[in-house]
Write a protein that binds this ligand. Structure first.
Ligand code: FES
Length: 69
Protein backbone atom coordinates (compact mmCIF):
# COMPACT_ATOMS: atom_id res chain seq x y z
CA UNK A 1 0.00 0.00 0.00
CA UNK A 2 1.03 3.65 -0.15
CA UNK A 3 1.34 3.48 3.64
CA UNK A 4 3.95 0.74 3.18
CA UNK A 5 5.85 2.98 0.76
CA UNK A 6 5.98 5.74 3.36
CA UNK A 7 7.03 3.38 6.16
CA UNK A 8 9.56 1.37 4.14
CA UNK A 9 11.25 4.49 2.85
CA UNK A 10 11.29 6.12 6.28
CA UNK A 11 9.50 9.18 4.90
CA UNK A 12 8.86 11.52 7.81
CA UNK A 13 5.20 12.54 7.61
CA UNK A 14 4.16 13.49 11.12
CA UNK A 15 1.29 11.31 12.32
CA UNK A 16 0.74 9.64 8.94
CA UNK A 17 -0.67 6.15 9.27
CA UNK A 18 -1.34 6.30 13.00
CA UNK A 19 -3.44 3.10 13.07
CA UNK A 20 -0.96 1.21 10.88
CA UNK A 21 -3.55 0.36 8.25
CA UNK A 22 -6.32 -1.01 10.44
CA UNK A 23 -8.88 1.52 9.12
CA UNK A 24 -9.41 3.20 12.48
CA UNK A 25 -7.96 6.62 11.71
CA UNK A 26 -7.84 8.90 8.70
CA UNK A 27 -4.30 10.17 9.12
CA UNK A 28 -3.27 8.50 5.85
CA UNK A 29 -5.76 10.61 3.88
CA UNK A 30 -4.49 11.50 0.42
CA UNK A 31 -6.04 13.68 -2.25
CA UNK A 32 -4.99 12.18 -5.56
CA UNK A 33 -4.89 13.79 -9.00
CA UNK A 34 -8.05 12.71 -10.86
CA UNK A 35 -6.14 10.72 -13.49
CA UNK A 36 -4.34 8.78 -10.77
CA UNK A 37 -7.58 8.20 -8.84
CA UNK A 38 -9.35 6.95 -11.96
CA UNK A 39 -6.47 4.63 -12.85
CA UNK A 40 -6.52 2.76 -9.53
CA UNK A 41 -7.79 -0.80 -9.96
CA UNK A 42 -9.94 -0.77 -6.83
CA UNK A 43 -12.51 1.72 -5.64
CA UNK A 44 -12.92 2.51 -1.92
CA UNK A 45 -14.78 -0.06 0.15
CA UNK A 46 -17.69 0.94 2.38
CA UNK A 47 -15.35 0.70 5.38
CA UNK A 48 -12.84 3.05 3.74
CA UNK A 49 -15.64 5.46 2.78
CA UNK A 50 -16.87 5.53 6.40
CA UNK A 51 -13.40 6.49 7.63
CA UNK A 52 -12.89 8.97 4.79
CA UNK A 53 -16.00 10.78 6.01
CA UNK A 54 -13.91 11.81 9.03
CA UNK A 55 -11.00 13.10 6.95
CA UNK A 56 -10.07 16.75 6.81
CA UNK A 57 -10.87 18.44 3.47
CA UNK A 58 -12.43 15.37 1.89
CA UNK A 59 -12.49 15.56 -1.91
CA UNK A 60 -13.92 13.48 -4.75
CA UNK A 61 -10.48 11.96 -5.29
CA UNK A 62 -9.67 11.25 -1.65
CA UNK A 63 -8.32 7.85 -0.63
CA UNK A 64 -6.76 6.39 2.47
CA UNK A 65 -3.13 5.61 1.72
CA UNK A 66 -3.23 2.34 3.65
CA UNK A 67 -5.96 1.04 1.32
CA UNK A 68 -4.36 1.95 -1.99
CA UNK A 69 -2.35 -0.97 -3.31
FE1 FES B 1 -5.28 4.55 9.71
FE2 FES B 1 -5.03 4.31 7.06
S1 FES B 1 -3.48 4.30 8.54
S2 FES B 1 -6.84 4.43 8.22
Amino acid sequence: SLLDVVVNNEIDLDGFGACEGTLTCSTCHLILPKDVYDALPDKPTDEEMDMLDLAYELSETSRLGCQVI
